[in-house]
Ligand binder design. Structure first.
Ligand code: MYA
Length: 419
């Protein structure tokens, strides 16, 4: 049994962590105040109604001298660390923290399993900074990584205003250190470091409702391997359906049905970026990619990001599909320990229908051995769900803006996918 397996089979954690929990019990959460932390932050309250006239920053940019110089204090048992993801050992350490402690579904059947290669991609776009990959270690000799939060730079357009922001992601605290108010410290520390770089807005997503979502999206799922999905409890047989009928229902051709669909390659980056950038301007909240950023996010990387294009005779990219790979651990299932999911990223159709383009995305994902193709109901995704046999799941994803008041948007007004 390797170390990862040991961790999986010891849900109660190491004695060292158990001891820390006892020491920390005194500092545990006081739930008498509703949103004790979030009510102190520049975010709209859940009750607030925002009108278009009030949109903009909630608090002004801080003067550099007003930004705290030292890191926020941690309890003496812990210390801050910068995770060096270019060091394979530290990348593996981060992978293990998330693999054992990151987001699970409500029934604790599945837990996201972001691969190390995926994390390397997600955390290192142009302009990335090591001091925005913040970890917390136990201060003892083992110096075990027990918490993490990250920021990456991003240019976001919100209702016509282009803003330099960060995307916050991978907030994670070891299961045995939960409910000790460590998350607010991590959030304040990343805010401080991002403010030091002259950035005062952020975008992030979460399954839970916090003050206050700018949008609420729903996950839709398209079975590619229905037998496995049923066996692991991801989906159920429909009424009056047999397994063989279900398999037939979701069957896809072996080969793509479109000629000319090819993986994105460097010569077409510029044209593909132009296509996507133009397309995204039709949404009210969208991301703006520089060419360098586009190359980073879209050039295919095996088991991480897949991107295909169609081009015309002049070599101009006319259509684009992309999806990323995010597996989940199937908790307590020895036969099928992993569910391989493809997640829709950005798609643009101009010479063919979006439906036929996405049909080919499904075929490509099936060819690559994915079990399911997931998509949020943002951008124009709802237009192909029914015809392509996507079904709504029970998961929702809330979008948030930090320090930016904005009235609520519908999913179809979003042109932004966070990993
Ligand atoms: S979303 C993914 C979040 N990660 C997980 O769900 C993984 C599994 N869960 C955990 O690891 C822990 O449960 C976490 C909370 C770490 C989530 N976003 O320490 P606590 C508030 C924001 O006692 P714990 C992602 O990565 C909660 O409402 N706040 O709680 C985006 C309460 O505050 P309040 C959250 O369970 C992250 C306080 O924390 C979240 O031990 C964006 C309790 O703290 C959440 N997902 O740890 C972060 N969950 O009393 C915000 C709980 O007020 C970024 N809480 O209700 C803001 C922008 C910062 C940069 C700004 C720059 C300008």
């Amino acid at each position: 049994m390797n170390e990862k397996e040991e961790e999986k089979h010891q849900p109660n954690g190491t004695p060292e962590i158990t001891q820390l929990i006892r020491q920390l019990a005194i500092g545990s959460s006081n739930s008498s105040v509703r949103h004790q932390f979030w009510s102190t932050q520049p975010v709209p309250s859940l009750e607030e109604q925002t009108t278009d006239a009030e949109e903009g920053p909630i608090e002004p940019d801080k003067d550099p001298e007003d930004i705290r110089k030292e890191p926020y204090p941690l309890l003496p048992q812990f210390e801050w660390t910068e995770c060096d993801i270019e060091n394979p050992k530290e990348l593996e350490e981060l992978y293990r923290l998330l693999n054992a402690n990151y987001v699970e579904d409500d029934d604790a059947m599945f837990r996201f399993d972001y691969s190390a290669a995926f994390l390397y991609w997600a955390l290192k776009p142009p302009g990335w900074r090591k001091d925005w990959h913040i970890g917390v270690r136990t201060g003892s000799s083992s110096r075990r990584l027990v918490a993490f939060i990250s920021a990456i730079p991003s240019t976001i357009c919100i209702k016509g205003k282009l803003l330099k922001m960060v995307e916050i992601n991978f907030l994670c605290i070891h299961k045995k250190l939960r409910n000790k108010r460590l998350a607010p410290v991590l959030i304040k520390e990343i805010t401080r470091r991002v403010n030091q770089a002259g950035i005062f807005q952020a975008v992030y997503t979460a399954g839970i409702v916090l003050p206050r979502p700018v949008a609420r999206c729903r996950y839709y799922h398209r079975s590619l391997n229905p037998k496995k999905l049923i066996q692991v409890g991801f989906s159920r047989l429909g009424p009056r359906m047999t397994l063989s009928r279900t398999i037939r229902l979701y069957a896809l051709p072996q080969d793509i049905t479109m000629t000319g669909l090819e993986p994105l390659s460097p010569p077409y980056v510029s044209s593909a970026r132009e296509l996507l950038s133009q397309y995204l301007t039709r949404f009210r909240l969208y991301v703006s990619f520089s060419e360098e950023e586009f190359s980073h996010w879209f050039l295919p990387r095996e088991n991480v990001i897949y991107c295909y294009i169609l081009k015309n005779e002049q070599g101009v990219v006319t259509d684009l599909i992309s999806f990323y790979e995010l597996s989940s651990t199937v908790i307590q299932n020895d036969k099928y320990p992993k569910l391989r999911a493809a997640y829709s990223f950005y798609n643009v159709a101009t010479t063919v229908s979006l439906e036929s383009l996405m049909y080919n995305a499904l075929i490509l994902a099936k060819q690559q051995g994915f079990d399911v193709f997931n998509a949020l109901d943002l951008m124009e995704n709802e237009t192909f769900f029914k015809a392509l046999k996507f079904h709504p799941g029970d998961g929702f994803l809330h979008y948030y803006l930090y320090n930016w008041r904005c009235s609520t948007l519908s999913p179809a007004e979003l042109g932004l996918v966070l990993l």
